[in-house]
Each structure stands twice: as C-alpha cells, then as structure tokens.
Design a protein around this ligand. Structure first.
Ligand code: GLN
Length: 453
C-alpha cells in the first residue's frame, strides 16, 4: 500500500531520494514466512519505515543530499538501521534532506527540494523535510530523522506531525554521517506520540560502537506515551522563546496548548533562560567548526565523486581534491566549511570557537536552573508556519532563524519533542509546540505529548 502511495504522490512531493520497492517487499515476505512458521516476532515486524539519507544503509545509496556522495553504496548499516532490520521492519527507501543536513527547508538538497504535502508551493522544513513529508503524505507510516539544531522538530512542526530528538547519547550515532558530532541525534518522525515512543524504544539504547552512547536502559517512553495524566506536573513556559518574531497564529495555538495542559491539571509557570538569546550565534560557530572537520574526509579518494581538474595533464592529489570538492559541495556547505575553518584557525580560535563553547555552558546552566523549578519546558517549535519555496533561499540569516527555539536543546544535549498544536488562523497551516525535558528523562516528553494529543 505504501509503495502504491509513493507511486501516486511522490512525483509531486519528492520526499524520497531512493525507493527500494523490491527490497522492502522481500523483507516483508520474509517476515510473513517467519510468522507463518510460528516464530515469535517483534510486535513491529513487517511495519515498513523510511530512513533519512544521512544514515548509511548497506547496499542502498546514501548521498546525504549531496553530489559528492553520488554513486556511493555503503558496505555496512548504521546501528539505527540494523536495529530496525532486527525488529523485522522493511526499509521503504531513503528520504530527501538538505545537503549534509544543513538547512531548514530541504531546498539545499542537490537533488531538488521536497514539497510540503499541505501545500506543494511551500517548504516541508529541514534538514529532514523528506522524513516528515513522507509521514504527512502517508508515503510511510513513520520515518527516521536526525536533529542537529532542529531538523526533526521544525519539519514536524511545519508538516503537522510528531518529531522527537532524544537525549544526546540516547540513540547511537554509529553510521549517521556526522554533521556536528557533539550535536547530532537521530530520532522518530511519526503521526502520533505512541508511534514515536514505539520507534524510540526500537532504535534507542546503548551501543558500544558509539563512544558517546549512554550505557543505561532506554527511558520508559512507551508506558509514558500511554499515560496522559499530567496532574501536578510543573510546566515552564520559556520567556525568551515565543515573543517578538513569532507569527501571531503560531503564538495563539501555543497559548491554547498551554491552557489545555493547565486544564488537565498541570501547573504553569514562566521560566527565564536568559542565555538562550545567544544560542543561535554560538551554534553557528560550533556547528560550522565541527562540520568543517567532519567533511574533510570527502577528499575524492575514499567515497563517491572524483572530478579531474580541467586543463591539467598530471594533476596532484590536492588539485583533484579541490576540483572534486568544488564540484561536489553546494553553496551552503561551502559557506559553512569556510566559516568553520576560519573560526578554528589559530589566532581566532579563542575569540570565536572558545567563546561559543562558553555560551554553550551558560545555556546548559539555564536548563539546569529551569529544571530545578519545573518538570518540563515548553515553547513554540518554530517561529512561523511553512514558508514558500524560494522565500528564504537568498537570505541565510532568516533561514537560520527557523531554529531559534530548537537549537538550545542540541547545545545542552537535552531531549525535545514537537507535536501539532493546530492550524494557524491566518494561513491554515500546521503549527507545533515543543516540549523539552532534562537529559535522560525522555519519558516526560511522551507523558506531556499524550496529554496534549
Ligand atoms: N537548520 C539547522 C541547520 O541548518 C539544523 C540542521 C539540523 O538539525 N541538521 O544547521
């Protein structure tokens, strides 16, 4: 059914970069056979899934939305992917994304943008617009996304779906092609809170292949998703997020969601996190710094594309590298490599990277103080509903501002969820509420999510 749906709508939505119909059907049939022979299978065995193209998949193309990885077929599976397979979940295909997960609209994909299923002239969010769009368009029951600064939560918000960024270290990063290793985290893109919890429990948990993996059981997210009781729970509304710069309809729906929590018995208080005002600036130094280092491995020798420089008979390795990186990387990737290399260079390191790391510490401190007062924090997920394709493409700063509310969680490593908070009155498009919890307390997101759903 999902393959039929893909055949019907994906020419318009363009949420998939690669569909593996044959592989998915074979995996589904294998599950049927095992079930028929009486084997005790995982409860999700046979339920298909789509995977963001930043996760390596054995035998299936993995491009990260970049031309530089065109034609590369990974020889192994990411841990997330091997856990999906172990549960018997067929992989429908790989979803579109901004190149190397840099962006908030999927327009930076080298393979053309994804369109928002609610209105095809609008963006589906980014960088994981493909993973949220396949869910919103019923081209997959659910999908895997990754979130470095908001790439699961902001697309969820603008497509009217659920997205969760687990605690940093809660889901293995082994086989997730790194954008910024200290910020990246994979998580569920779904239509319901319970679905997200089920998927979280499949992909989460300790992995010795990831040195930052938390060696503890997965938080009890499924139980929490079945418990909508928030009586007595303390919910903090973040003062710094949701005011100026946020669309009126986004704010109105957010206020309604907060009122619903209050009606359900939660205690609402306003909490100030003064350092959040500097989160975006710190992120856009830390992320490019880490990205410039992580992307150095695309050197024309190891993976995918190799371009020989024109007019040079016997090019050096450096010349091949330069020609390949020039042809293989898009403008946004080049912009961030230049920024990151500059911020890390001797003489500037302390002034930029060092300062940004100090701000990061202050933001973590704000979260610590806030969670001393309340159980969860809430804010709108994104400042606006889905904007028109092309609207922000020439203005990186306004694109970056899409993540103003989601970035603090990545800088501090705390978990976050976005779930639909209704349609904005002025444009009839989805809005989202973001819920944040202390590190390793992911279950609280699901409890509050269940109360609001
Ligand atoms: N939009 C943010 C960026 O461009 C976040 C990306 C992400 O979470 N991968 O960096």
């Amino acid at each position: 059914a999902h393959l039929d749906r893909i055949a019907t709508v994906d020419a318009d939505v363009h949420a998939y970069l690669h569909v593996d119909g044959e592989g998915a059907l074979a995996a589904a049939q294998a599950v049927d056979q095992r079930r028929a022979s009486g084997e005790d299978l995982h409860v999700l065995a046979g339920v298909p899934i789509a995977v963001k193209d930043v996760m390596v998949t054995k035998g299936l193309p993995t491009t990260c939305g970049s031309k530089i990885l065109k034609g590369w077929i990974p020889p192994y599976d990411a841990t997330v992917v091997s856990r999906l397979k172990a549960a018997g979940m067929p992989i429908l295909g790989k979803t579109n994304m901004d190149e190397f997960a840099m962006g908030s609209s999927t327009e930076h994909s080298a393979y053309g943008p994804t369109h928002n299923p609610w209105d095809l002239t609008r963006i589906p969010g980014g960088s994981g617009g493909g993973s949220s769009a396949v869910v919103a368009a019923y081209e997959a029951p659910w999908a895997i996304g990754t979130d470095t600064g908001g790439s699961i939560r902001q697309p969820a918000s603008v497509t009217g779906t659920v997205g969760v960024k687990p605690t940093y270290g809660g889901v293995s990063r082994y086989g997730l092609v790194a954008l910024a290793s200290s910020l990246d985290q994979a998580g569920p893109c779904t239509r319901t809170v319970l679905d997200a919890a089920l998927l979280h429990s499949v992909i989460g948990g300790y992995d010795p292949m990831d040195s930052t993996s938390i060696n503890a059981p997965v938080p009890s997210v499924v139980e929490a998703a079945r418990n909508a009781d928030v009586k007595g729970l303390k919910v903090g509304v973040i003062k710094e997020l949701g005011g100026e710069g946020y669309q009126a309809g986004v704010r109105a729906r957010f206020d309604e969601s907060v009122a619903l929590l209050q009606e359900a018995g939660a205690e609402i208080v306003e909490v100030s996190c003064p350092s959040f005002d500097y989160a975006l600036a710190a992120y856009y130094l830390i992320l490019p710094s880490e990205a410039s280092s992580n992307l150095a491995k695309f050197d024309a020798m190891r993976y995918g594309l190799r371009v020989l420089p024109e007019g040079i008979d016997d090019p050096s390795a450096e010349q091949v590298m330069a020609a390949t990186r020039d042809a293989g990387f898009g403008d946004e990737v080049k912009r961030r490599i230049i920024l990151g290399t500059y911020a890390l260079s001797s003489g500037y390191y302390d002034a930029y990277y060092g300062q940004a790391q100090k701000v990061r510490r202050l933001i973590a401190g704000d979260f610590d103080r806030a969670f001393g007062q309340v159980d969860v924090l809430v804010s709108p997920t994104a400042p606006t509903t889905a904007f028109k394709l092309g609207d922000k493409l020439d203005d990186p700063m306004s694109m970056y501002l899409q993540d103003v509310a989601t970035i603090p969680a990545n800088l501090a490593g705390v978990p976050g969820m976005s779930l639909p908070s209704g349609l904005a009155e002025e444009d009839g498009l989805p809005t989202g509420i973001q819920i944040l919890a202390p590190a390793t307390k992911d279950e609280r997101l699901y409890n509050v999510g269940a109360a609001l759903e």
